[in-house]
Design a protein around this ligand. Sequence first.
Ligand SMILES: [Zn+2]
Length: 453
Amino acid sequence: MQRILLALAVGLSWATAGHAAGYVFEHVTLLDGIHPPQRDMTVAVADGRITAVTPSALAQPLPGQRIDGRGKYLIPGLMDVHIHLKGGFDLAGKVDAEMGPPDREAGVAALASFLYAGVTTVYDAGNRAEHILPLRADERAGRILSPRIFATGNLITYPGSHGDSLAVRISDFEKDKALLDKHIAEQQPDILKLTLEEEGWGSRPMITLMPTDLLEKITRYYNQHGIRTTVHVSSELRALEAIYAGSDTLAHPVIQGPVSDSFVKLMAAKKTPFASTLTIGDNYSRLAEHPEYLDQPLYVASLTPAERDTLRSKTRAEWQARPWTWWMKLMTPIAQENVRKIHAAGGVVACGTDQTTGAATHRELELLVAAGIAPLDVIRIATYNSAVFLGKADQLGSIDTGKLADLVLLSKDPAADIDNTAAIVLVMKNGQIIDESQLPLAGGRQKRRYPAG
Ligand SMILES: [Zn+2]
């Protein structure tokens, strides 16, 4: 396979470069989890969109640069609908007054790690607004190499409740309405994130909870402004309350215990999308027990050598000593089974990690397969279902004429082994092939596990 290089005129923005030329993938197998696998297909791309999807045998001559897809697999760009971008969220542990400025460079490198891993869309579910919102503006203007960014900016929480450090705190709907108006006007959240989490589980003490009538009023208010919502929940009870307060999505699966059969049926009937977020719970004991995962190419690319050293030594020792690590090791298989059951019943699982690298997104795919979900279904979860979560399924998430051309070409079949989603030949966002050599990766480009050939 010849390497495909994108010729970039100096000064031409990433948003517009390459559009006019267009591309034609020929003789490729399409896999998107909503259609059955389609072999020997031709996909044409122009002006940022998919302009034709047809069996190669029937394809009319199409303009654009040819890409030989023989023996290769084309999937929609992967999505991670629960991240907290590095450089802001991770520096927010202290009280506000002690926070330094956000680390924009770390954020840009983390965004690059997503594109490098084939993730072309992310949703930031809570961050320092001054970090994520300028990056979202830069992404939309084509000033940085980044997946599509959707964001809440700040969360909305009840004072003293979960997620407070990144939040606008609302205690009374009428009294605090001006704060909501300000959040909407200044931050233009794509999806509002709220929290409904009293903690009091694992090794956590109980904390204050947002009253559900307030949750309902805020949800309705944002919906009236055209904004979807998601709610952090971890129990079946709070998930139900969030759904009946009108929440469009849930930011997590139930992780506090096994779900009831009636909850599974309800999730299948309502089709409320929820982010899978298995990686965050798995992440602690994985580092404690299997730090060698940090040597995988996607992690080496996504983290600086110093970050990997700190994780292997200091962080690992801290996490080994922490009850939370072992609680989450115990609960992750339960969360996996909850996700599997709801998926099997016809509910809408979306792919989210609650992490901040493209490497973590691939771990989420592994954990979904390990839960007992077929790889082809996991591709649907990480593409189409995630677009449904975002309210963007009319634009993103499948390989159909008219959709935005966010695509990943693979050299190996991801339906045979989900890890083949890392066998990346090229990543296309908005109809442009990402030039890997331009990605400001924290750890630099690595030899792909499966060379492009
Ligand atoms: Zn989160």
